[in-house]
Ligand binder design. Structure first.
Ligand SMILES: Nc1ncnc2c1ncn2[C@@H]1O[C@H](COP(=O)(O)OP(=O)(O)OP(=O)(O)O)[C@@H](O)[C@H]1O
Ligand SMILES: [Mg+2]
Length: 280
């Protein structure tokens, strides 16, 4: 086990520290440099601007699985929206596999948002295929790819079901398949399993780890569940309350080889780490 204060790979650096020049840019699947975000609320009755994220640097290496934990309002969703290219940060830059996510041309992230966004009038298969439909992929190809992914997440027999005919865990499997339909190098997950019971959640952990191993996907997972963070991740980053910033980084020991879902309650080292995280 190793725990340490946030470092250059995930940090809120000393303001005096020099910003790296282009030649010194770290490489990574996700590179966020000097990100800050303030919601201005100009023209509304909501009052003062909200500083959601203080200056934050983040590097996630290709194939890495990183979790982000922190109290409600610490800017986790704001950060994911910025990494997905949906929100322009007040300051700083983001690259995903070297490209600006907002202008990459091809989608470079799959994003499972905090709220269920399946379209109720579409079957599971057509929900998964929907992003390819927007990209005008030929029908046969998009349905074949969607069916393959539904199979991969364990829903081969449910392609024709509508969202209301699926359980919460099944809907999350469909959402996961849809997020992966482009084969994005990076997957962003915002509390995807929060509403599920423990058993269903464990089953989905296995599905997620398996799919990401198969596809070599880099994952950034937001969760409130510290056991989930420790059992799935290579690293866990802890955010402080508003303005959000990474204050601690925990490296989780892992045997060499593919991602595994660890049983944190049977490994003393992981129990200690879990307890330490609870105190942050
Ligand atoms: N669209 C918005 N307009 C104004 N303020 C916003 C907006 N979105 C978020 N905020 C504010 O920014 C802060 C961070 O919000 P964010 O949703 O990123 O937090 P979070 O860490 O994801 O919280 P939670 O764990 O509850 O999902 C909060 O104070 C929130 O009120
Ligand atoms: Mg959120």
């Amino acid at each position: 086990m190793s725990t340490r204060p946030a470092t250059a790979s995930a940090s809120t650096p000393d303001p005096a520290a020099a910003r790296p020049g282009p030649a010194a840019q770290p490489h990574g699947a996700i590179v966020a440099t000097g990100i800050e975000h303030t919601y201005s609320l100009a023209g509304t009755s909501a009052g003062q601007p909200v500083v959601a994220l203080a200056r934050t640097d983040l590097v996630v290496q290709p194939g890495e699985f990183v979790s982000l934990v922190g109290p409600s309002g610490s800017g986790k969703t704001t950060l994911l929206n910025i990494l997905a290219g949906l929100l322009t940060p007040t300051r700083g830059q983001v690259t995903i596999t070297g490209a600006n996510p907002a202008g990459a041309g091809v989608p470079v992230v799959g994003y499972m948002t905090q709220h269920d966004t399946l379209l109720p009038w579409r079957t599971a298969l057509r929900n998964v295929a929907f992003p390819l439909e927007l990209a005008r992929t030929p029908k046969q190809e998009r349905l074949t790819r969607a069916a393959g992914l539904l199979d991969r997440v364990g829903l081969a027999g449910f392609a024709g079901h509508y969202p209301h005919q699926l359980s919460g865990g099944m809907r999350q499997r469909v959402s996961l398949a849809r997020a992966l339909i482009y084969g994005p190098p990076v997957l962003l997950l915002d509390e995807p399993f929060g509403a599920l019971d423990g058993t269903t959640r464990l089953a989905l952990h296995q599905v997620l780890a398996g799919v990401c191993n198969d596809l070599g996907t880099t994952v950034l997972l937001v969760t409130h569940d510290l056991a989930e963070a420790v059992s799935l991740s290579d690293r866990v980053l802890a955010l402080a309350p508003r303005p959000g910033r990474v204050v601690r980084e925990f490296t989780i020991p892992r045997r060499a080889g593919p991602h595994e879902v660890r049983d944190i309650y049977s490994e003393p080292e992981l129990i200690a780490l879990h307890n330490e995280l609870r105190e942050v």
